[in-house]
Design a protein. Structure first.
Lengths: 281, 267
Protein backbone atom coordinates (compact mmCIF):
# COMPACT_ATOMS: atom_id res chain seq x y z
CA UNK A 1 0.00 0.00 0.00
CA UNK A 2 2.91 2.35 0.79
CA UNK A 3 4.03 2.05 -2.79
CA UNK A 4 0.58 2.94 -3.97
CA UNK A 5 0.31 5.92 -1.62
CA UNK A 6 3.62 7.34 -2.77
CA UNK A 7 2.53 6.87 -6.36
CA UNK A 8 -0.79 8.63 -5.80
CA UNK A 9 0.98 11.53 -4.12
CA UNK A 10 2.48 12.35 -7.50
CA UNK A 11 -1.00 13.14 -8.80
CA UNK A 12 -2.04 16.80 -8.93
CA UNK A 13 -5.16 16.53 -6.75
CA UNK A 14 -5.71 18.14 -3.38
CA UNK A 15 -6.65 14.79 -1.83
CA UNK A 16 -3.53 13.19 -3.23
CA UNK A 17 -1.18 15.14 -0.95
CA UNK A 18 0.87 13.02 1.41
CA UNK A 19 -0.29 12.24 4.91
CA UNK A 20 -4.05 12.18 4.63
CA UNK A 21 -7.22 11.30 2.76
CA UNK A 22 -6.23 7.63 2.73
CA UNK A 23 -9.84 6.62 2.18
CA UNK A 24 -9.79 8.37 -1.20
CA UNK A 25 -6.49 6.79 -2.19
CA UNK A 26 -7.81 3.39 -1.18
CA UNK A 27 -10.99 4.01 -3.11
CA UNK A 28 -9.06 4.90 -6.25
CA UNK A 29 -7.08 1.70 -6.07
CA UNK A 30 -10.26 -0.27 -5.39
CA UNK A 31 -11.90 1.27 -8.45
CA UNK A 32 -8.88 0.32 -10.52
CA UNK A 33 -9.35 -3.28 -9.42
CA UNK A 34 -13.15 -3.44 -9.51
CA UNK A 35 -13.65 -1.87 -12.92
CA UNK A 36 -11.55 -4.36 -14.88
CA UNK A 37 -13.24 -7.10 -12.91
CA UNK A 38 -16.63 -5.94 -14.13
CA UNK A 39 -15.29 -5.04 -17.55
CA UNK A 40 -14.18 -8.64 -18.08
CA UNK A 41 -17.19 -10.41 -16.59
CA UNK A 42 -19.47 -8.09 -18.45
CA UNK A 43 -18.41 -9.39 -21.86
CA UNK A 44 -19.59 -12.91 -21.14
CA UNK A 45 -22.67 -11.96 -19.11
CA UNK A 46 -23.96 -9.93 -22.03
CA UNK A 47 -22.83 -12.46 -24.61
CA UNK A 48 -24.64 -15.35 -22.96
CA UNK A 49 -27.68 -13.21 -22.11
CA UNK A 50 -27.28 -13.56 -18.39
CA UNK A 51 -27.87 -9.96 -17.33
CA UNK A 52 -31.09 -10.89 -15.56
CA UNK A 53 -29.25 -13.66 -13.82
CA UNK A 54 -26.55 -11.37 -12.45
CA UNK A 55 -29.26 -8.99 -11.28
CA UNK A 56 -30.95 -11.83 -9.42
CA UNK A 57 -27.61 -12.75 -7.89
CA UNK A 58 -27.30 -9.24 -6.51
CA UNK A 59 -30.62 -9.71 -4.80
CA UNK A 60 -29.62 -13.05 -3.41
CA UNK A 61 -26.44 -11.48 -2.09
CA UNK A 62 -28.53 -9.06 -0.10
CA UNK A 63 -30.48 -11.96 1.36
CA UNK A 64 -27.22 -13.65 2.24
CA UNK A 65 -26.12 -10.51 4.07
CA UNK A 66 -29.36 -10.50 6.02
CA UNK A 67 -28.91 -14.13 6.97
CA UNK A 68 -25.31 -13.48 7.93
CA UNK A 69 -26.31 -10.52 10.05
CA UNK A 70 -29.03 -12.40 11.91
CA UNK A 71 -26.66 -15.23 12.65
CA UNK A 72 -24.40 -12.65 14.21
CA UNK A 73 -21.41 -13.11 11.91
CA UNK A 74 -18.85 -10.34 12.01
CA UNK A 75 -18.40 -10.68 8.29
CA UNK A 76 -21.81 -11.21 6.73
CA UNK A 77 -20.10 -10.99 3.33
CA UNK A 78 -18.98 -14.60 3.58
CA UNK A 79 -22.47 -15.75 4.40
CA UNK A 80 -23.64 -13.77 1.42
CA UNK A 81 -21.03 -15.34 -0.86
CA UNK A 82 -22.04 -18.80 0.33
CA UNK A 83 -25.70 -18.02 -0.17
CA UNK A 84 -25.11 -16.56 -3.65
CA UNK A 85 -23.10 -19.60 -4.71
CA UNK A 86 -25.83 -21.95 -3.50
CA UNK A 87 -28.35 -19.73 -5.28
CA UNK A 88 -26.36 -19.90 -8.53
CA UNK A 89 -25.96 -23.68 -8.37
CA UNK A 90 -29.62 -24.22 -7.55
CA UNK A 91 -30.65 -21.92 -10.36
CA UNK A 92 -28.48 -23.75 -12.88
CA UNK A 93 -29.88 -27.04 -11.76
CA UNK A 94 -33.51 -25.94 -11.98
CA UNK A 95 -32.97 -24.27 -15.34
CA UNK A 96 -31.67 -27.48 -16.86
CA UNK A 97 -34.56 -29.49 -15.59
CA UNK A 98 -37.37 -27.06 -16.14
CA UNK A 99 -39.21 -26.49 -19.39
CA UNK A 100 -39.64 -22.81 -18.47
CA UNK A 101 -37.71 -20.03 -20.15
CA UNK A 102 -34.60 -18.80 -18.37
CA UNK A 103 -36.00 -15.38 -17.55
CA UNK A 104 -39.03 -16.96 -15.90
CA UNK A 105 -36.88 -19.17 -13.71
CA UNK A 106 -34.77 -16.14 -12.83
CA UNK A 107 -37.91 -14.21 -11.90
CA UNK A 108 -38.95 -16.98 -9.53
CA UNK A 109 -35.54 -17.12 -7.88
CA UNK A 110 -35.02 -13.39 -7.70
CA UNK A 111 -38.34 -12.58 -6.09
CA UNK A 112 -37.99 -15.44 -3.63
CA UNK A 113 -34.55 -14.23 -2.62
CA UNK A 114 -35.69 -10.65 -2.12
CA UNK A 115 -38.75 -11.70 -0.15
CA UNK A 116 -36.64 -13.95 2.04
CA UNK A 117 -34.14 -11.16 2.58
CA UNK A 118 -36.77 -8.62 3.62
CA UNK A 119 -38.53 -11.22 5.75
CA UNK A 120 -35.38 -12.12 7.66
CA UNK A 121 -34.08 -8.59 8.03
CA UNK A 122 -37.35 -7.29 9.43
CA UNK A 123 -38.01 -10.34 11.60
CA UNK A 124 -39.08 -9.49 15.13
CA UNK A 125 -39.67 -5.83 14.30
CA UNK A 126 -36.06 -5.05 13.31
CA UNK A 127 -35.45 -1.94 11.35
CA UNK A 128 -34.48 -2.28 7.72
CA UNK A 129 -32.47 0.94 7.69
CA UNK A 130 -29.15 -0.67 8.52
CA UNK A 131 -29.33 -2.40 5.15
CA UNK A 132 -29.74 0.87 3.30
CA UNK A 133 -25.98 1.16 3.07
CA UNK A 134 -25.95 -2.02 1.01
CA UNK A 135 -28.39 -0.63 -1.49
CA UNK A 136 -26.28 2.42 -2.25
CA UNK A 137 -22.80 1.13 -1.44
CA UNK A 138 -19.84 3.17 -0.28
CA UNK A 139 -16.55 2.84 -2.11
CA UNK A 140 -14.86 5.24 0.32
CA UNK A 141 -15.22 2.69 3.10
CA UNK A 142 -12.96 0.15 1.39
CA UNK A 143 -10.01 -1.08 3.45
CA UNK A 144 -6.60 -2.16 2.10
CA UNK A 145 -7.23 -5.80 3.05
CA UNK A 146 -10.41 -5.82 1.00
CA UNK A 147 -8.59 -4.34 -1.96
CA UNK A 148 -6.18 -7.26 -1.67
CA UNK A 149 -9.12 -9.65 -1.69
CA UNK A 150 -10.57 -7.99 -4.78
CA UNK A 151 -7.20 -8.10 -6.51
CA UNK A 152 -6.98 -11.81 -5.73
CA UNK A 153 -10.41 -12.32 -7.27
CA UNK A 154 -9.35 -10.32 -10.32
CA UNK A 155 -6.36 -12.62 -10.80
CA UNK A 156 -8.62 -15.67 -10.51
CA UNK A 157 -11.02 -14.26 -13.07
CA UNK A 158 -8.18 -13.57 -15.50
CA UNK A 159 -6.98 -17.14 -15.06
CA UNK A 160 -10.52 -18.41 -15.61
CA UNK A 161 -10.73 -16.30 -18.76
CA UNK A 162 -7.42 -17.62 -20.05
CA UNK A 163 -8.42 -21.23 -19.49
CA UNK A 164 -12.15 -21.27 -20.08
CA UNK A 165 -13.22 -18.38 -22.24
CA UNK A 166 -13.28 -20.28 -25.54
CA UNK A 167 -15.40 -23.03 -24.07
CA UNK A 168 -17.72 -20.58 -22.37
CA UNK A 169 -18.24 -18.71 -25.60
CA UNK A 170 -18.95 -21.88 -27.52
CA UNK A 171 -21.39 -23.07 -24.86
CA UNK A 172 -23.25 -19.78 -25.11
CA UNK A 173 -23.43 -19.96 -28.90
CA UNK A 174 -24.61 -23.55 -29.19
CA UNK A 175 -24.53 -26.04 -26.32
CA UNK A 176 -24.91 -29.10 -28.55
CA UNK A 177 -22.14 -27.94 -30.86
CA UNK A 178 -19.92 -27.21 -27.88
CA UNK A 179 -20.66 -30.66 -26.49
CA UNK A 180 -19.81 -32.30 -29.81
CA UNK A 181 -16.40 -30.64 -29.54
CA UNK A 182 -15.77 -31.99 -26.07
CA UNK A 183 -16.84 -29.00 -23.96
CA UNK A 184 -18.42 -29.86 -20.63
CA UNK A 185 -21.19 -27.31 -21.04
CA UNK A 186 -22.84 -27.79 -17.66
CA UNK A 187 -19.61 -27.35 -15.74
CA UNK A 188 -18.58 -24.33 -17.75
CA UNK A 189 -21.90 -22.65 -17.03
CA UNK A 190 -21.71 -23.59 -13.39
CA UNK A 191 -18.21 -22.26 -12.87
CA UNK A 192 -19.13 -19.05 -14.65
CA UNK A 193 -22.27 -18.53 -12.53
CA UNK A 194 -20.27 -19.11 -9.38
CA UNK A 195 -17.73 -16.56 -10.57
CA UNK A 196 -20.45 -13.97 -11.11
CA UNK A 197 -21.93 -14.82 -7.71
CA UNK A 198 -18.63 -14.27 -5.94
CA UNK A 199 -17.77 -11.02 -7.73
CA UNK A 200 -21.22 -9.49 -7.32
CA UNK A 201 -21.46 -10.39 -3.67
CA UNK A 202 -17.98 -9.36 -2.62
CA UNK A 203 -18.13 -5.99 -4.37
CA UNK A 204 -21.69 -5.16 -3.39
CA UNK A 205 -20.69 -3.45 -0.13
CA UNK A 206 -18.76 -0.84 -2.08
CA UNK A 207 -20.72 -0.57 -5.27
CA UNK A 208 -24.27 -0.91 -4.02
CA UNK A 209 -27.01 -3.35 -4.93
CA UNK A 210 -29.01 -0.81 -6.91
CA UNK A 211 -26.31 -0.12 -9.49
CA UNK A 212 -24.20 -3.27 -9.44
CA UNK A 213 -25.97 -4.82 -12.37
CA UNK A 214 -25.47 -1.67 -14.42
CA UNK A 215 -21.75 -2.17 -13.94
CA UNK A 216 -22.05 -5.71 -15.24
CA UNK A 217 -24.20 -4.92 -18.24
CA UNK A 218 -23.11 -1.49 -19.47
CA UNK A 219 -19.40 -1.97 -20.27
CA UNK A 220 -20.03 -4.85 -22.66
CA UNK A 221 -23.26 -3.38 -24.00
CA UNK A 222 -21.35 -0.26 -24.99
CA UNK A 223 -18.47 -2.30 -26.41
CA UNK A 224 -20.85 -4.33 -28.56
CA UNK A 225 -21.91 -1.18 -30.35
CA UNK A 226 -18.50 -0.77 -31.89
CA UNK A 227 -16.51 -4.02 -31.52
CA UNK A 228 -16.07 -6.26 -34.54
CA UNK A 229 -14.30 -9.13 -32.85
CA UNK A 230 -13.61 -10.56 -29.41
CA UNK A 231 -10.37 -8.68 -28.85
CA UNK A 232 -11.97 -5.31 -29.56
CA UNK A 233 -14.97 -6.32 -27.48
CA UNK A 234 -12.81 -6.93 -24.42
CA UNK A 235 -10.67 -3.88 -25.03
CA UNK A 236 -13.61 -1.46 -25.27
CA UNK A 237 -15.38 -3.06 -22.35
CA UNK A 238 -12.30 -2.77 -20.13
CA UNK A 239 -11.51 0.72 -21.28
CA UNK A 240 -15.07 1.94 -20.72
CA UNK A 241 -15.23 0.38 -17.28
CA UNK A 242 -11.88 1.79 -16.18
CA UNK A 243 -12.46 5.34 -17.47
CA UNK A 244 -15.99 5.48 -16.08
CA UNK A 245 -14.72 4.07 -12.79
CA UNK A 246 -12.07 6.72 -12.30
CA UNK A 247 -14.24 9.57 -13.59
CA UNK A 248 -17.14 8.45 -11.41
CA UNK A 249 -15.02 8.35 -8.28
CA UNK A 250 -13.61 11.84 -8.93
CA UNK A 251 -17.03 13.25 -9.61
CA UNK A 252 -18.48 11.75 -6.48
CA UNK A 253 -15.62 13.21 -4.46
CA UNK A 254 -15.89 16.72 -5.80
CA UNK A 255 -19.66 17.05 -5.85
CA UNK A 256 -20.33 14.65 -3.02
CA UNK A 257 -22.61 11.92 -4.37
CA UNK A 258 -22.67 8.13 -4.53
CA UNK A 259 -19.66 6.82 -6.46
CA UNK A 260 -21.51 3.77 -7.76
CA UNK A 261 -24.21 5.95 -9.26
CA UNK A 262 -21.70 8.35 -10.79
CA UNK A 263 -19.75 5.47 -12.37
CA UNK A 264 -22.95 4.07 -13.80
CA UNK A 265 -23.89 7.44 -15.29
CA UNK A 266 -20.50 7.72 -16.96
CA UNK A 267 -20.98 4.24 -18.38
CA UNK A 268 -24.36 5.30 -19.71
CA UNK A 269 -22.69 8.26 -21.43
CA UNK A 270 -20.06 5.85 -22.82
CA UNK A 271 -22.89 3.72 -24.13
CA UNK A 272 -24.48 6.71 -25.84
CA UNK A 273 -21.17 7.66 -27.45
CA UNK A 274 -20.53 4.17 -28.79
CA UNK A 275 -24.13 3.99 -29.93
CA UNK A 276 -23.64 7.12 -32.03
CA UNK A 277 -20.53 5.58 -33.58
CA UNK A 278 -22.02 2.11 -33.84
CA UNK A 279 -20.87 -0.22 -36.55
CA UNK A 280 -23.10 -0.67 -39.53
CA UNK A 281 -24.24 -3.99 -40.91
CA UNK B 1 -23.90 -35.74 -58.94
CA UNK B 2 -23.78 -39.22 -57.51
CA UNK B 3 -20.50 -40.57 -58.66
CA UNK B 4 -19.30 -43.22 -56.32
CA UNK B 5 -20.84 -46.22 -54.75
CA UNK B 6 -18.24 -47.06 -52.22
CA UNK B 7 -16.82 -50.56 -52.32
CA UNK B 8 -19.92 -52.22 -53.82
CA UNK B 9 -21.52 -53.35 -50.60
CA UNK B 10 -22.66 -56.72 -51.84
CA UNK B 11 -23.78 -58.71 -48.86
CA UNK B 12 -22.12 -57.52 -45.65
CA UNK B 13 -20.32 -54.31 -44.95
CA UNK B 14 -17.11 -55.71 -43.59
CA UNK B 15 -15.19 -54.26 -46.50
CA UNK B 16 -16.08 -50.65 -45.68
CA UNK B 17 -16.38 -48.58 -42.54
CA UNK B 18 -19.86 -48.58 -41.24
CA UNK B 19 -21.98 -46.81 -38.65
CA UNK B 20 -24.59 -49.22 -37.38
CA UNK B 21 -27.69 -48.37 -35.41
CA UNK B 22 -29.45 -51.40 -34.04
CA UNK B 23 -32.76 -51.21 -32.21
CA UNK B 24 -32.20 -47.66 -31.01
CA UNK B 25 -34.73 -46.54 -28.41
CA UNK B 26 -34.85 -43.10 -26.83
CA UNK B 27 -37.21 -42.03 -24.08
CA UNK B 28 -37.27 -38.50 -22.80
CA UNK B 29 -39.31 -37.69 -19.72
CA UNK B 30 -41.40 -40.81 -20.14
CA UNK B 31 -42.20 -40.14 -23.75
CA UNK B 32 -40.96 -42.45 -26.45
CA UNK B 33 -39.14 -40.34 -29.04
CA UNK B 34 -37.43 -43.05 -31.05
CA UNK B 35 -38.50 -46.64 -31.31
CA UNK B 36 -36.48 -49.49 -32.72
CA UNK B 37 -34.46 -47.43 -35.18
CA UNK B 38 -31.98 -49.47 -37.17
CA UNK B 39 -29.89 -48.60 -40.20
CA UNK B 40 -26.37 -48.75 -41.59
CA UNK B 41 -24.36 -45.89 -42.99
CA UNK B 42 -21.21 -46.59 -44.97
CA UNK B 43 -18.35 -44.32 -45.76
CA UNK B 44 -18.60 -42.32 -48.92
CA UNK B 45 -22.35 -42.51 -48.55
CA UNK B 46 -24.81 -39.65 -48.11
CA UNK B 47 -27.98 -40.51 -46.25
CA UNK B 48 -30.83 -38.04 -45.90
CA UNK B 49 -33.15 -38.18 -42.93
CA UNK B 50 -36.63 -36.89 -43.63
CA UNK B 51 -39.71 -36.72 -41.48
CA UNK B 52 -42.21 -34.24 -40.06
CA UNK B 53 -41.28 -31.83 -37.26
CA UNK B 54 -41.02 -33.69 -33.99
CA UNK B 55 -40.27 -36.96 -35.76
CA UNK B 56 -37.10 -37.35 -33.69
CA UNK B 57 -34.47 -36.30 -36.23
CA UNK B 58 -32.47 -34.10 -33.88
CA UNK B 59 -32.87 -36.69 -31.13
CA UNK B 60 -31.40 -39.32 -33.42
CA UNK B 61 -28.41 -37.07 -34.09
CA UNK B 62 -27.92 -36.34 -30.43
CA UNK B 63 -27.95 -40.05 -29.66
CA UNK B 64 -25.23 -40.69 -32.20
CA UNK B 65 -23.28 -37.76 -30.75
CA UNK B 66 -23.61 -39.38 -27.33
CA UNK B 67 -25.54 -36.48 -25.82
CA UNK B 68 -28.56 -38.55 -24.78
CA UNK B 69 -29.02 -41.84 -23.00
CA UNK B 70 -30.46 -44.51 -25.27
CA UNK B 71 -31.35 -48.17 -25.51
CA UNK B 72 -30.05 -50.36 -28.28
CA UNK B 73 -26.69 -50.23 -29.97
CA UNK B 74 -24.76 -47.67 -31.93
CA UNK B 75 -21.48 -49.00 -33.21
CA UNK B 76 -18.89 -47.96 -35.69
CA UNK B 77 -16.53 -50.27 -37.47
CA UNK B 78 -13.64 -48.91 -39.45
CA UNK B 79 -12.93 -50.66 -42.76
CA UNK B 80 -12.04 -54.24 -41.95
CA UNK B 81 -11.78 -53.46 -38.23
CA UNK B 82 -13.77 -54.46 -35.16
CA UNK B 83 -16.89 -52.64 -34.04
CA UNK B 84 -16.72 -49.90 -31.45
CA UNK B 85 -19.63 -49.11 -29.19
CA UNK B 86 -20.20 -45.37 -29.20
CA UNK B 87 -21.99 -45.26 -25.86
CA UNK B 88 -19.05 -46.25 -23.70
CA UNK B 89 -16.35 -46.46 -26.33
CA UNK B 90 -15.76 -50.13 -25.70
CA UNK B 91 -12.95 -50.62 -28.10
CA UNK B 92 -11.38 -53.73 -29.39
CA UNK B 93 -8.43 -52.34 -31.22
CA UNK B 94 -9.21 -48.93 -32.57
CA UNK B 95 -10.47 -45.60 -31.43
CA UNK B 96 -13.83 -43.97 -31.41
CA UNK B 97 -14.84 -42.37 -34.66
CA UNK B 98 -14.61 -38.62 -34.97
CA UNK B 99 -17.98 -37.11 -35.61
CA UNK B 100 -18.29 -33.72 -37.22
CA UNK B 101 -21.49 -31.95 -36.31
CA UNK B 102 -23.13 -29.05 -38.10
CA UNK B 103 -25.91 -27.87 -35.80
CA UNK B 104 -29.15 -26.29 -36.80
CA UNK B 105 -29.16 -22.47 -36.80
CA UNK B 106 -26.90 -21.41 -33.93
CA UNK B 107 -27.95 -18.13 -32.38
CA UNK B 108 -25.87 -15.19 -33.48
CA UNK B 109 -27.21 -11.68 -33.21
CA UNK B 110 -26.34 -9.33 -36.01
CA UNK B 111 -24.30 -7.24 -33.60
CA UNK B 112 -22.39 -10.11 -32.00
CA UNK B 113 -18.74 -9.15 -31.87
CA UNK B 114 -17.66 -12.65 -32.89
CA UNK B 115 -15.68 -12.90 -36.09
CA UNK B 116 -15.43 -16.13 -38.04
CA UNK B 117 -11.81 -16.33 -36.92
CA UNK B 118 -12.82 -15.91 -33.24
CA UNK B 119 -15.45 -18.60 -33.51
CA UNK B 120 -13.19 -21.01 -35.32
CA UNK B 121 -10.26 -20.51 -32.99
CA UNK B 122 -12.46 -20.82 -29.91
CA UNK B 123 -13.67 -24.20 -31.13
CA UNK B 124 -10.37 -25.62 -32.29
CA UNK B 125 -7.60 -24.12 -30.17
CA UNK B 126 -6.71 -23.37 -26.58
CA UNK B 127 -5.58 -19.82 -27.33
CA UNK B 128 -8.07 -17.51 -25.57
CA UNK B 129 -9.73 -15.54 -28.34
CA UNK B 130 -10.05 -12.34 -26.31
CA UNK B 131 -6.34 -11.86 -26.86
CA UNK B 132 -5.16 -10.90 -30.35
CA UNK B 133 -5.08 -14.10 -32.36
CA UNK B 134 -1.61 -15.13 -33.57
CA UNK B 135 -0.83 -15.71 -37.26
CA UNK B 136 -0.51 -19.44 -36.79
CA UNK B 137 -4.21 -19.81 -35.92
CA UNK B 138 -5.19 -17.34 -38.60
CA UNK B 139 -3.51 -19.42 -41.25
CA UNK B 140 -5.01 -22.61 -39.92
CA UNK B 141 -8.46 -21.10 -40.00
CA UNK B 142 -7.92 -19.79 -43.49
CA UNK B 143 -6.88 -23.17 -44.85
CA UNK B 144 -9.87 -24.83 -43.15
CA UNK B 145 -12.17 -22.30 -44.75
CA UNK B 146 -10.57 -23.01 -48.13
CA UNK B 147 -12.10 -26.47 -47.94
CA UNK B 148 -15.52 -24.88 -48.18
CA UNK B 149 -14.41 -22.05 -50.47
CA UNK B 150 -14.92 -19.54 -47.68
CA UNK B 151 -11.46 -18.08 -47.06
CA UNK B 152 -12.80 -14.56 -47.70
CA UNK B 153 -15.10 -14.92 -44.67
CA UNK B 154 -12.24 -14.99 -42.14
CA UNK B 155 -12.78 -11.52 -40.65
CA UNK B 156 -16.51 -11.26 -41.14
CA UNK B 157 -18.81 -11.15 -38.13
CA UNK B 158 -20.69 -14.42 -37.56
CA UNK B 159 -23.95 -12.51 -37.18
CA UNK B 160 -23.58 -10.82 -40.54
CA UNK B 161 -23.20 -14.01 -42.59
CA UNK B 162 -25.94 -15.19 -44.91
CA UNK B 163 -27.56 -18.56 -44.24
CA UNK B 164 -25.40 -20.28 -46.83
CA UNK B 165 -22.18 -18.67 -45.61
CA UNK B 166 -22.94 -19.62 -42.00
CA UNK B 167 -23.52 -23.23 -43.05
CA UNK B 168 -20.19 -23.23 -44.86
CA UNK B 169 -18.33 -21.90 -41.83
CA UNK B 170 -19.99 -24.50 -39.62
CA UNK B 171 -19.14 -27.16 -42.15
CA UNK B 172 -15.49 -26.07 -42.22
CA UNK B 173 -15.48 -26.33 -38.42
CA UNK B 174 -17.04 -29.80 -38.51
CA UNK B 175 -14.24 -30.84 -40.89
CA UNK B 176 -11.53 -29.73 -38.47
CA UNK B 177 -10.24 -32.35 -37.90
CA UNK B 178 -11.65 -34.38 -40.79
CA UNK B 179 -14.18 -36.74 -39.18
CA UNK B 180 -15.29 -40.25 -40.06
CA UNK B 181 -18.92 -39.29 -39.89
CA UNK B 182 -20.42 -35.92 -40.72
CA UNK B 183 -23.82 -35.03 -39.30
CA UNK B 184 -25.73 -32.01 -40.54
CA UNK B 185 -28.97 -30.87 -38.93
CA UNK B 186 -31.11 -29.22 -41.62
CA UNK B 187 -28.20 -27.63 -43.47
CA UNK B 188 -30.48 -26.38 -46.23
CA UNK B 189 -32.92 -24.39 -44.11
CA UNK B 190 -32.44 -20.65 -44.42
CA UNK B 191 -30.15 -21.12 -47.42
CA UNK B 192 -31.07 -19.68 -50.81
CA UNK B 193 -31.11 -21.67 -54.06
CA UNK B 194 -27.59 -20.76 -55.01
CA UNK B 195 -26.23 -21.47 -51.55
CA UNK B 196 -28.06 -24.77 -51.52
CA UNK B 197 -26.54 -25.85 -54.80
CA UNK B 198 -23.08 -24.83 -53.59
CA UNK B 199 -23.49 -26.70 -50.32
CA UNK B 200 -24.66 -29.92 -51.96
CA UNK B 201 -21.79 -29.82 -54.46
CA UNK B 202 -19.44 -29.36 -51.56
CA UNK B 203 -20.81 -32.35 -49.65
CA UNK B 204 -20.42 -34.47 -52.74
CA UNK B 205 -16.86 -33.26 -53.15
CA UNK B 206 -16.08 -33.97 -49.49
CA UNK B 207 -17.34 -37.53 -49.40
CA UNK B 208 -15.30 -38.34 -52.47
CA UNK B 209 -12.20 -36.61 -51.19
CA UNK B 210 -12.24 -37.80 -47.59
CA UNK B 211 -14.39 -40.90 -47.96
CA UNK B 212 -16.61 -39.94 -45.06
CA UNK B 213 -20.16 -40.87 -44.20
CA UNK B 214 -22.65 -38.04 -44.30
CA UNK B 215 -25.97 -38.05 -42.50
CA UNK B 216 -28.18 -35.01 -42.86
CA UNK B 217 -31.76 -34.05 -42.18
CA UNK B 218 -33.76 -31.99 -44.62
CA UNK B 219 -37.23 -30.83 -45.57
CA UNK B 220 -36.22 -30.17 -49.13
CA UNK B 221 -37.41 -33.23 -51.00
CA UNK B 222 -36.84 -31.75 -54.44
CA UNK B 223 -33.06 -32.07 -54.22
CA UNK B 224 -32.94 -35.53 -52.61
CA UNK B 225 -32.54 -37.46 -55.82
CA UNK B 226 -29.58 -35.30 -56.81
CA UNK B 227 -27.39 -36.00 -53.85
CA UNK B 228 -28.66 -38.71 -51.51
CA UNK B 229 -27.69 -42.34 -51.86
CA UNK B 230 -30.20 -43.35 -49.29
CA UNK B 231 -33.26 -41.75 -47.76
CA UNK B 232 -34.56 -42.62 -44.32
CA UNK B 233 -38.15 -41.69 -43.60
CA UNK B 234 -38.43 -41.23 -39.86
CA UNK B 235 -41.43 -40.66 -37.68
CA UNK B 236 -40.50 -42.15 -34.33
CA UNK B 237 -39.63 -45.30 -36.28
CA UNK B 238 -37.97 -45.77 -39.62
CA UNK B 239 -41.05 -46.04 -41.80
CA UNK B 240 -39.21 -46.53 -45.04
CA UNK B 241 -35.64 -46.51 -46.24
CA UNK B 242 -33.99 -46.96 -49.59
CA UNK B 243 -32.92 -44.99 -52.65
CA UNK B 244 -34.59 -41.57 -52.94
CA UNK B 245 -36.90 -42.43 -55.82
CA UNK B 246 -38.17 -45.48 -53.99
CA UNK B 247 -38.88 -43.67 -50.71
CA UNK B 248 -40.39 -40.61 -52.37
CA UNK B 249 -42.91 -42.72 -54.25
CA UNK B 250 -43.83 -44.97 -51.34
CA UNK B 251 -47.27 -44.94 -49.70
CA UNK B 252 -45.51 -44.35 -46.35
CA UNK B 253 -44.07 -41.09 -47.66
CA UNK B 254 -47.44 -39.85 -48.90
CA UNK B 255 -49.14 -40.82 -45.71
CA UNK B 256 -46.57 -39.19 -43.44
CA UNK B 257 -46.75 -35.87 -45.22
CA UNK B 258 -50.47 -36.04 -45.90
CA UNK B 259 -50.03 -35.95 -49.63
CA UNK B 260 -52.41 -37.58 -51.99
CA UNK B 261 -51.00 -40.49 -53.94
CA UNK B 262 -49.76 -39.38 -57.30
CA UNK B 263 -48.62 -35.93 -56.26
CA UNK B 264 -45.03 -35.97 -55.15
CA UNK B 265 -42.37 -33.33 -54.98
CA UNK B 266 -41.87 -30.49 -52.58
CA UNK B 267 -43.72 -30.48 -49.33
Amino acid sequence: MELWYSFVELLPFDWAQSGGMYFMKNALLAVLVISPLFGILSTMVVHSRMSFFSDALGHSAFTGMAIGAICGFNEPTWAAVAFAVVFALLFNWVRRRSALASDTVIGVFSSTAVALGIFISTLGGRSFTKFNALLIGDILSVEPAKIGLLAGILVLIIVLWAVSFNQLMLSAVHPALADSRGVKVFWQETIFSVAIAVVVTVSMTWVGLMVINALIVLPAAAARNIAKNMTQYHLFSLLGAAIAGIAGLMTSYYIDSSAGAAITLYLAVWFMITFLFRKKG
Amino acid sequence: MRKIKHGKMSGGCSDACCLKLEGLNVRLEGEEILEDVSFHLHCGEIAALIGPNGAGKSTLFRSILGQLPYGGNITFSPAGGPAIRLADGTVTGGSRPLIGYVPQSPSFDRGDPVSVLDFFTAATARWPVWLPIPKKYRERCRSSLERVHGEDLLDRAMGALSGGQLQRVLLALALEPVPHILILDEPLSGVDIEGEHQLLEMLDELRTKYDLSILLSTHDFATLEQFADKVLLLNKKILKSGPPEEVLSSPEFYETFHLRVGKGGEH
